[in-house]
Design a protein around this ligand. Structure first.
Ligand code: FE2
Length: 246
């Protein structure tokens, strides 16, 4: 499918799943996804990972209809971006108390869950190819329930697309001239650190690509950059972000 927005907005969205609470409130979301989640983000090499863990919270509609628990349960979401285009989002859940909360369970499905894979590929400055697929064990969604389960999954994707389009229009009409590369954010939240990490990686890759293209065009050898040079740049940017966040 084609999303009517710059690819960076889609990467932002998939790294910040608190929006699930509000935007997807008739399917996979409810208030605890935003209000009760323990959120952590982590960078490993160029990969950026955000985890959200919710303990003893009420099941949102999709989980109550198709999952193992219709009342309160534990739920988690792990969102991992590997540049430039690949996302894995693991969704897991299980009865509260089955296992203690913690990182050990954030990569499995628990008693019920599913994975969503995204390939986020720029088409133009303001459109993006978004390839996506859902993976689940057949036994977790009986055949007679699959049509409705997939309908709800498609609804989630289309709700996101509506927001991407609205965000792109808001940027295009911003009186101060915002863009996907520079959204002119007035507020910085702690969880936004994941976007900043991803955008730093993308910025570095684009710069490396431009340098390589220039070297090829001019016939000059590629300049050598030491890893420490990049680390120093990132450290300065991180300090600036922390300062802006107060
Ligand atoms: Fe979404």
């Amino acid at each position: 499918m084609i999303s009517p927005a710059n690819y960076l907005l889609i990467i932002d969205n998939l790294l910040e799943l608190s929006h699930v609470a509000y935007l997807h409130s008739t399917t996979i979301g409810n208030a605890p996804v935003a209000e009760d989640a323990v959120v952590k983000y982590h960078r490993e090499g160029d990969a950026v990972r955000v985890t959200r863990e919710m303990v003893d919270v009420p099941a949102a509609r999709t989980y109550a209809e198709f999952g193992a628990e219709a009342g309160n349960f534990d739920r988690w979401q792990t969102s991992e971006w590997r540049p430039p285009a690949y996302f894995l989002i693991n969704n897991g859940s299980e009865s509260t108390g089955r296992r203690p909360p913690g990182d050990h369970r954030l990569w499995d499905r628990g008693e019920w869950g599913f994975q969503v894979y995204h390939g986020v590929t720029p088409a133009t400055e303001k459109t993006t190819h978004q390839f996506w697929a859902i993976c689940h064990p057949n036994a977790q969604v009986p055949e007679k329930a699959r049509e409705e389960f997939y309908r709800q999954c498609h609804q989630v994707i289309w709700e996101d697309v509506g927001v991407y389009e609205a965000q792109q229009i808001a940027l295009d009409t911003d009186p101060e001239g915002a863009s996907a590369e520079n959204v002119n954010a007035r507020v910085v939240l702690d969880v936004d650190g994941a976007f900043f990490e991803a955008r730093r990686v993308i910025g570095r890759m684009l710069e490396e690509e431009a340098v390589a293209a220039e070297a090829k065009r001019s016939g000059r050898p590629l300049p050598r950059r030491e890893p420490a040079e990049w680390l120093s740049v990132r450290g300065e940017e991180r300090a600036a972000v922390q300062q802006a966040a107060g």
